[in-house]
Design a protein around this ligand. Structure first.
Ligand SMILES: [Zn+2]
Ligand SMILES: [Zn+2]
Length: 271
């Protein structure tokens, strides 16, 4: 089994304090063969204001140092978690261009409402007792995801945490059945597959495993072949959390390979 974690954060992300070297050390201890650091660049701030600067100099500096230090012990890749690309695709493309040819991998994600609720981070929405808001969040997330995969496919390699609003809906004691969203999810998955992109299994530090068997089945039925896996760790204690279980789920869903990216090109490894 090719143990890899291609969704992790370091101190280049505003919500992490972990040096990349500490993440890499934890990855080696967890038995990983490959680690990709995917620090945040979100085109919307948590308060819904436009953002989008990314400190490529800092990211490159620690990446190059860690890559040299871990040479022969761990394959390290330089990625980016690019949030809210449909909000400002031109800014998204400018950020990606800043990565140059050292950039291996781009996760496309959405953490904010776009075009509703003041574009705030879903973290700040209060879903308790408000099913209409829950449904609005899922509709907003899936329609923006549709926009990403159909109009801005150059702005991502793997589609990150596709059911993200459910994370906060459930945090607030609510839930929605995934089956209510089968149609839009299948449309998204068909597009992801058709354009040669990947779907991410995001374990959310090993806490979110339940939805993946169904999502993976739909993705496969829609022609999907490329799947990436990530813990979404923001500190060394969470590196690789849930990854072995996720690889088991991916295999059980009928996939024969796990995918990583190098210079934005997929590399498949037998499961
Ligand atoms: Zn994310
Ligand atoms: Zn993340």
């Amino acid at each position: 089994m090719y143990l890899c974690d291609v969704h992790t954060h370091s101190l280049v992300s505003p919500d992490s304090k972990a040096p990349l070297a500490a993440m890499a050390e934890a990855a080696v201890s967890a038995g990983l063969k490959e680690l990709c650091v995917t620090d945040h660049c979100d085109l919307l701030g948590w308060d819904g204001r436009p953002a989008g600067a990314f400190d490529w100099a800092a990211a490159r500096e620690q990446y190059r140092a860690a890559r040299a230090a871990f040479d022969g012990r761990l394959i390290l890749r330089l990625g980016l978690e690019l949030g809210s690309a449909p909000f400002d695709p031109e800014a998204a493309r400018a950020v990606l261009a800043g990565g140059g040819d050292e950039l291996d991998f781009v996760l496309g994600s959405l953490h904010n409402w776009i075009g509703d609720e003041g574009n705030i981070d879903l973290y700040f929405s209060k879903f308790a007792g408000d099913e209409a808001l829950c449904r609005k969040a899922m509709d907003n997330g899936l329609s923006r995801t549709w926009e990403l995969v159909t109009r801005y496919p150059d702005c991502y390699d793997s589609l990150a945490h596709v059911s993200y609003p459910l994370r906060y809906i459930r945090r607030d004691g609510m839930d929605l059945p995934l089956s209510d969203y089968e149609e839009p999810l299948r449309a998204i998955f068909t597009e992801v597959a058709k354009t040669g992109h990947a779907l991410e299994v995001n374990t959310s530090r090993g806490q979110d495993m339940a939805d993946w068997p169904l999502l993976l089945r739909w993705f496969r039925e829609c022609g999907g072949e490329l799947v990436t896996v990530g813990s979404d760790a923001h500190g060394p204690q969470d590196a690789a959390k849930g990854v072995p279980e996720a690889l088991g789920l991916i295999r059980a869903a009928g996939f024969e390979h796990i995918t990583t990216f190098e210079k934005r090109k997929p590399v498949t490894h037998r499961l």
